[in-house]
Design a protein around this ligand. Structure first.
Ligand SMILES: [Zn+2]
Length: 93
Protein backbone atom coordinates (compact mmCIF):
# COMPACT_ATOMS: atom_id res chain seq x y z
CA UNK A 1 0.00 0.00 0.00
CA UNK A 2 1.31 3.41 -0.85
CA UNK A 3 2.24 5.69 1.97
CA UNK A 4 -0.31 8.45 2.24
CA UNK A 5 0.61 10.52 5.24
CA UNK A 6 -0.46 14.11 5.13
CA UNK A 7 1.08 17.11 6.75
CA UNK A 8 -1.34 18.25 9.42
CA UNK A 9 0.86 20.80 11.19
CA UNK A 10 3.87 22.71 10.01
CA UNK A 11 5.95 25.36 11.63
CA UNK A 12 8.93 27.30 10.37
CA UNK A 13 11.74 26.68 12.84
CA UNK A 14 14.55 28.56 11.20
CA UNK A 15 14.77 31.05 8.40
CA UNK A 16 17.97 32.45 7.03
CA UNK A 17 17.05 35.42 4.87
CA UNK A 18 20.63 35.82 3.77
CA UNK A 19 21.22 32.50 2.10
CA UNK A 20 17.59 31.56 1.47
CA UNK A 21 17.66 28.40 3.59
CA UNK A 22 14.85 27.65 5.94
CA UNK A 23 13.47 24.67 7.83
CA UNK A 24 10.01 23.49 8.66
CA UNK A 25 9.08 20.91 11.27
CA UNK A 26 6.02 19.06 10.05
CA UNK A 27 3.66 16.74 11.90
CA UNK A 28 2.15 14.04 9.74
CA UNK A 29 -1.27 12.45 10.02
CA UNK A 30 0.37 9.19 11.20
CA UNK A 31 2.01 11.16 14.06
CA UNK A 32 5.45 11.08 12.55
CA UNK A 33 7.35 14.32 12.73
CA UNK A 34 9.96 15.44 10.33
CA UNK A 35 12.21 18.37 9.70
CA UNK A 36 12.34 19.51 6.12
CA UNK A 37 15.03 21.84 4.83
CA UNK A 38 14.27 24.18 1.98
CA UNK A 39 16.27 26.40 -0.25
CA UNK A 40 14.97 29.47 -2.04
CA UNK A 41 16.13 30.09 -5.53
CA UNK A 42 17.81 33.52 -5.29
CA UNK A 43 16.45 34.59 -8.66
CA UNK A 44 12.90 33.26 -8.69
CA UNK A 45 12.35 33.02 -4.92
CA UNK A 46 10.96 29.55 -5.45
CA UNK A 47 11.27 27.26 -2.44
CA UNK A 48 12.45 23.71 -2.96
CA UNK A 49 12.83 20.91 -0.41
CA UNK A 50 16.42 19.72 -0.19
CA UNK A 51 16.50 17.43 2.86
CA UNK A 52 14.05 15.59 5.03
CA UNK A 53 14.80 14.00 8.39
CA UNK A 54 12.39 12.05 10.47
CA UNK A 55 12.34 13.03 14.14
CA UNK A 56 12.33 9.89 16.23
CA UNK A 57 9.23 10.55 18.31
CA UNK A 58 7.27 7.53 17.07
CA UNK A 59 8.25 4.57 14.87
CA UNK A 60 8.46 5.26 11.18
CA UNK A 61 5.03 5.19 9.52
CA UNK A 62 6.43 3.22 6.61
CA UNK A 63 8.93 0.62 7.85
CA UNK A 64 7.90 0.78 11.56
CA UNK A 65 11.49 1.05 12.73
CA UNK A 66 12.08 3.35 15.64
CA UNK A 67 15.58 4.23 14.59
CA UNK A 68 17.28 5.74 11.59
CA UNK A 69 15.70 5.04 8.22
CA UNK A 70 15.38 6.92 5.01
CA UNK A 71 11.82 6.04 4.02
CA UNK A 72 10.60 9.62 4.00
CA UNK A 73 13.22 10.64 1.48
CA UNK A 74 11.02 9.20 -1.24
CA UNK A 75 8.20 11.49 -0.17
CA UNK A 76 10.27 14.61 0.31
CA UNK A 77 8.78 16.47 -2.63
CA UNK A 78 5.15 15.84 -1.80
CA UNK A 79 5.59 16.39 1.95
CA UNK A 80 7.66 19.49 1.23
CA UNK A 81 4.87 20.96 -0.89
CA UNK A 82 2.30 20.24 1.79
CA UNK A 83 4.50 21.65 4.54
CA UNK A 84 4.91 24.91 2.64
CA UNK A 85 1.18 25.15 2.23
CA UNK A 86 0.33 24.33 5.85
CA UNK A 87 3.03 26.69 7.17
CA UNK A 88 1.67 29.40 4.90
CA UNK A 89 4.89 29.89 2.98
CA UNK A 90 4.44 31.26 -0.48
CA UNK A 91 6.30 29.11 -2.94
CA UNK A 92 7.39 32.13 -4.91
CA UNK A 93 8.00 35.35 -3.07
ZN1 LIG B 1 11.20 3.93 7.74
Amino acid sequence: MAYQAKVVEAEIVSDNKQNGFFEIVAVLSDRNRCRISFERNPETGEAKATHINRLYTVPCGICKKDYLCYCLNRYMDVLGEQALEVAGVTKVS
